[in-house]
Design a protein around this ligand. Structure first.
Ligand code: ADP
Length: 334
């Protein structure tokens, strides 16, 4: 069994941040009191035992089953507490997971969604009226060039607000688990449909799209409409945040009972200090161009869909070099 360096042990033993580490054979090599509490481990000593023998939390076990850096929001405490789990491979040891309490952030997020939904319902009708009357203006008399330009801007803005409201309402539906219907589906088909719908936009920016889909992939149990929405949103971002003639790559493969979708680009990238926030509602990174249309809700929707499918998503990115989003979804085991 591998041993954790003493310094790390001393540092993490007394902290109230939950930390747990396993070796490459999934034997626990470190687990502090805080981790014991939130993982509801009652045994006095867990060192040397297999993770699966002391924890029955499916998502935590799935997280440790892949030795790659991963981040996932997982409901851990009995009282509905939500923790962001950061898992990282540790060379010569195995993997370590640090769990940060995000319960408060989740409550704030839920409040944001409620607030947006109330506004969405109340604002949609007057917006439709504005759009209707603005469009009528062009029909009742000749407009000069400047008036025409101003009307174009009003229409663009109203469409942006409508898109934001539609996304917010969509997010509420997904978070509330209203698309519970599931069927066995092939990720290859989902990705192909999403790509088909975006072909014009990829061609319009003269971008190259490389597609690598493994043969004989296992199916997943999911909602086809939501999964297509997920693939489309990741691809749309790759197109939007990659300059003309850039490169997009889509890869689908399977690994230890999971189907994995990777969407990469060589676009503007996301700085390391902003990466933790991009899945938050309305967050847009500082390097995003003012003219690039967006609501900051796309990735929140994607993350909710992934969570509703018991999957995980994470991002790897370098500013000015590119971004890769990886989605892991459990295979359908009959
Ligand atoms: P938006 O509507 O702004 O695209 P998203 O929720 O889809 O909202 O994404 C949130 C933010 O994450 C974006 O505003 C952008 O800053 C960043 N982002 C997402 N995908 C990419 C990507 N492929 N490349 C660079 N930045 C990205």
């Amino acid at each position: 069994m591998a041993e954790t360096p003493q310094l790390i042990e001393q540092f993490f033993f007394y902290t109230n941040i939950p930390v747990i580490a396993v070796d490459s054979g999934q034997l626990i090599v470190f687990c502090n009191q805080a981790a014991m509490e939130i993982l509801a481990i009652s045994e006095p000593s867990v060192i040397g035992k297999t993770l699966a023998s002391v924890i029955d939390h499916r998502e935590i076990l799935a997280l440790f089953s892949i030795s790659q850096p991963q981040t996932a929001d997982i409901s851990l405490a009995n009282d509905g507490g939500v923790f962001t789990v950061y898992l990282s491979p540790l060379e010569g040891i195995g993997s370590v997971a640090i769990m940060i309490d995000r319960t408060h952030q989740h409550k704030v997020d839920a409040m944001k969604t409620n607030f947006m939904n109330t506004i969405a319902r109340d604002v949609r009708s007057p917006l439709t009226a504005i759009l209707g009357y603005v469009e009528l203006l062009e029909r009742i008399g000749t407009l000069n060039e400047q008036q025409h330009d101003f009307i174009g801007r009003i229409i663009f803005s109203v469409h942006s607000i409508t898109a934001m409201l539609t996304n917010a309402m969509e997010l509420e539906k997904i978070e509330a688990g209203m698309d519970a219907a599931r069927e066995a589906i092939s990720m290859e088909r989902i990705v192909s449909y999403a790509l088909e719908g975006l072909k014009k936009r990829i061609d319009g920016k003269q971008q190259t799209c490389e597609i690598v889909i493994d043969e004989g992939l296992p199916e997943i149990l999911g909602n086809p409409i939501r999964l297509r929405q997920l693939a489309t949103a990741l691809l749309e971002n790759a197109i939007k945040y990659t300059p003309e003639s850039g490169m997009i790559r889509v890869e689908v493969y399977s690994e230890s009972d999971f189907v994995i979708l990777m969407v990469s680009d060589n676009g503007i990238g996301i700085s390391a200090d902003e990466q933790p926030y991009i899945f938050e509602k309305f967050y847009r990174a500082s390097n995003v161009n003012d003219s690039s249309v967006g609501t900051g809700l796309g990735l929140s929707i994607v993350q909710s869909i992934v969570e509703q499918h018991d999957g995980r998503i994470w991002v790897e990115s370098q500013p000015n070099e590119g971004t890769t989003f990886t989605v892991m979804l459990p295979c359908y085991i009959q």
